[in-house]
Design a protein around this ligand. Sequence first.
Ligand code: GLN
Length: 244
Amino acid sequence: MEESNLTISIAHLYPELLNLYGDLGNIITLKKRCEWRNIKVEINNINIGDKIGNNDLYFIGGGQDKQQEDVAKELYSRKAELTDRMEAGAVFLGICGGYQLFGHYYQPHGKEKLKGISLLDIYTVAGKNRFIGNVTVKTDFLTPDTLVGFENHSGLTYLEGNTKPLGKSITGHGNNGCDGFEGARYKNVFGTYLHGSLLPKNPQFADYLIELALEKRYGKKIKLKPLDDKIEINTHNSLVNKPY
Ligand code: GLN
């Protein structure tokens, strides 16, 4: 199919509350990498009280505990619909606080557990220390296989059941500073602690997510034409294994 005949709909979940450390840059990257290929992009901002619609890709950013509390109840009320979208093949990307709410629960310090929507078989408990620094992750599904960004979280995330990590922590603490893994993935759901924002410096992951979203919408694999990513790749390579 000609790329100029393609359309993709992207839902940005609770952008006014969960948009820490420039996570909006992920939406901008997805939008521009589609527009540069003349793919029509619909960006739907989903705020408290809005319907979640039927989108090809759902993005949720990070946030402090307070913003997570504000979002958690609303997100939980949409659990059945979001699970349906996952089972229908929609793509999900959650960053840090948003990633934590993709799991069964997030337990902040000395507060009520925040129920998650269980798209990922994970749970998170706030730890004593904050993990803050540069992160490099080695994946088994991307080329180049590295993801770079930075982490800033106290949450310790533990994977259970069939949930696979996004990759191995090369630098940084990753999910919990113990198991050597970072992030999580299941079906087309991806979660990670990498802020940065993530996708501008990892264009291969952005295109991977766009191709998954197009496959969900059109029912067949669609290989995107390559873009001139010299600047993005130089930036990516300058950050691989950057000291913590
Ligand atoms: N409040 C969560 C934590 O500290 C998430 C932080 C974030 O989104 N950067 O782990």
